[in-house]
Design a protein around this ligand. Structure first.
Ligand code: NAD
Ligand code: UDX
Length: 480
């Protein structure tokens, strides 16, 4: 029986390994993590992450050929293939702080493999890493080698949260990069065989190591660039009376462009886009390519601009006086169908409103109060460094309440901000909400979830990203 061990039981390691176990009954898969709490949760009825379809897959395989454990050494030493799926956050201090990837977690995993391995291993980069990381990892592994053959593969993951199980079941492609040596090619074939259990041959792409590593950074940069492109156009739509939805539809009809990923929003979030683009920018700078670095950096700058623009719009519309006013936040997760809040636009929007001394009442169907308060008191880039967790700031806690009901969150509020596109926000009784709010009642839709015309009929003053402004908002100057 082939044995797989995955180091890192997070958003990628957990679902990916669960699907491998489901699709490959003859393979034993063990997911290990340094976090006892995470492993305990994976072994319980309350999984540590919310992902549609995940629970079903885990229930089918757990205890059969899928295991979660904290006994890292044992399972690394027994495995034939080791996936490394640890976090690779942005560095928070030292050289490259705020841009470069922090490979501390990756390196400690690699050192652990080097220390405990007693037989040949295929080590698979599942984490998103800077191009050329495999070279560094090879050095660590072979330096400590006791005659053991290590083959490094790059097999970046392209799943998106909220659709992870579908993405894993039906991937657009599986990418495997390896050394162009007989040993490297044999390792590629071994990993290909694993995926061949459910992915057709034409969707499994093999490349050299550096192409695979760079393709992941490039793919995320291209995706994020589309969002910043449409978001930049959304600002121009508001200024001119064009409708961003209509523009995106017309543009996306061109088959060379495609309609996907053209939804204007309050800004992209998630643990990947910003981190991976900043990492790409840093790599370009290190390779003496400042023009290329500036080009990609602009994608992040437009995203920051979009979030700031939204906050400024809210404050300016409400007479530049939100101090002490209750503003309801509907949605805190970085997108629908996940409880993940990493780099969510909601953090920056809430912090902006708190700076203007607004009182905030938040409702999200999947995010806990504890998580929200931690997010609002953490410094930028600290979220993915568990050891840096900040204590809560009592002043922020005082101004923020978290409810488990949209009607409760909006009761008595002067304004509402929709920051996540949860389906249930489309179905709310906005007449009932309006009746229970202060007047004039404002609604700022950062996701184009509601029909602005219908809400205007109820009596709301409505702002929807990239949509024509109503009479009141048109005359409010907004500093971006
Ligand atoms: P995560 O933070 O959810 O999970 C990482 C896990 O690794 C944590 O549970 C942590 O405790 C564990 N870990 C860290 N160091 C360890 C060590 N030395 N030994 C054992 N466990 C260790 O992160 P994630 O979202 O799963 O992302 C993992 C990687 O995959 C990142 O490089 C990310 O960029 C990439 N990625 C993420 C997504 C996504 O949607 N989240 C998609 C594609 C790629
Ligand atoms: C992304 C990539 O899609 C995935 O391939 C990669 O493996 C990890 O990073 P993820 O961050 O989970 O996945 O979600 P994604 O669907 O890409 O959304 C990212 C952010 O962009 C979200 O905040 C989302 O709301 C926003 N978005 C997406 C838009 O604002 N407009 C769009 O049209 C699409």
């Amino acid at each position: 029986m082939v044995k797989i061990c995955c180091i890192g039981a997070g958003y990628v390691g957990g679902p990916t390994m669960a699907v491998i176990a489901l699709k490959c009954p003859s393979i034993e898969v063990v997911v290990v993590d340094i976090s006892v709490a995470r492993i305990t949760a994976w072994n319980s009825d309350q999984l540590p992450i919310y992902e549609p379809g995940l629970e079903d897959v885990v229930k089918k395989c757990r205890g059969v050929n899928l295991f979660f454990s904290t006994d890292t050494e044992k399972h690394i030493s027994e495995a034939d293939i080791i996936f490394v799926s640890v976090n690779t956050p942005t560095k928070t201090c030292g050289i490259g702080a705020g841009k470069a990837a922090d490979l501390t977690y990756w390196e400690s995993a690699a050192r652990m493999i080097a220390d405990v391995a007693k037989s040949d291993k295929i080590v698979v980069e599942k984490s998103t890493v800077p191009v050329k990381t495999a070279e560094a990892i090879e050095k660590i592994l072979t330096h400590n080698s006791k005659g053991i053959n290590f083959q490094i593969l790059s097999n970046p993951e392209f799943l998106a949260e909220g659709t992870a199980i579908q993405d894993l079941f039906y991937p657009d492609r599986v990418l495997i990069g390896g050394r162009e040596t007989p040993g490297g090619q044999k390792a590629i074939e071994t990993l290909k065989e694993v995926y061949s259990n459910w992915v057709s041959e034409d969707r499994i792409i093999t490349t050299n190591l550096w192409s695979a590593e760079l393709s992941k950074l490039a793919a995320n940069a291209f995706l994020a660039q589309r969002i910043s492109s449409v978001n930049s156009i959304s600002a121009l739509c508001e200024a001119t009376g064009a409708d961003c939805k209509e523009v995106a539809y017309a543009v996306g009809k061109d088959t060379r462009i495609s309609p996907k990923f053209l939804n204007a929003s309050v800004g992209f979030g998630g643990s990947c886009f910003q981190k991976d683009i900043l990492n790409l920018v840093y790599i370009c700078e290190c390779n003496g390519l400042p023009e290329v670095a500036h080009y990609w950096e602009q994608v992040v700058k437009i995203n920051d601009y979009q979030k700031t623009r939204f906050v400024n719009r809210v404050v300016a519309s409400m007479f530049t006086a939100v101090s002490g006013k209750k503003i309801a936040i509907l949605g805190f997760a970085f997108k629908k169908d996940t409880g993940d809040t990493r780099e969510t636009a909601a953090i920056d929007v809430c912090k902006g409103l708190l700076r203007d001394k607004a009182k905030i009442s938040i409702y999200d169907p999947q995010v806990t109060e504890d998580q929200i308060q931690r997010d609002l008191t953490m410094n930028k880039f600290d979220w993915d460094h568990p050891i840096h967790l900040q204590p809560m700031s009592p002043s922020a806690v005082k101004q923020v309440t978290v409810t488990w009901d949209a009607y409760e969150a909006t009761k008595g509020a002067h304004g509402i901000c929709i920051l996540t596109e949860w389906d249930e926000f489309k179905q709310l009784d906005y007449k009932k909400i309006y009746d229970n709010m202060q007047k004039p009642a404002f609604l700022f839709d950062g996701r184009n979830v509601v029909d602005p015309e219908k809400l205007r009929e109820i009596g709301f003053i409505v702002y929807s990203i990239g949509k024509p402004l109503d009479a009141w908002l048109k005359h409010i100057p907004v500093v971006a």
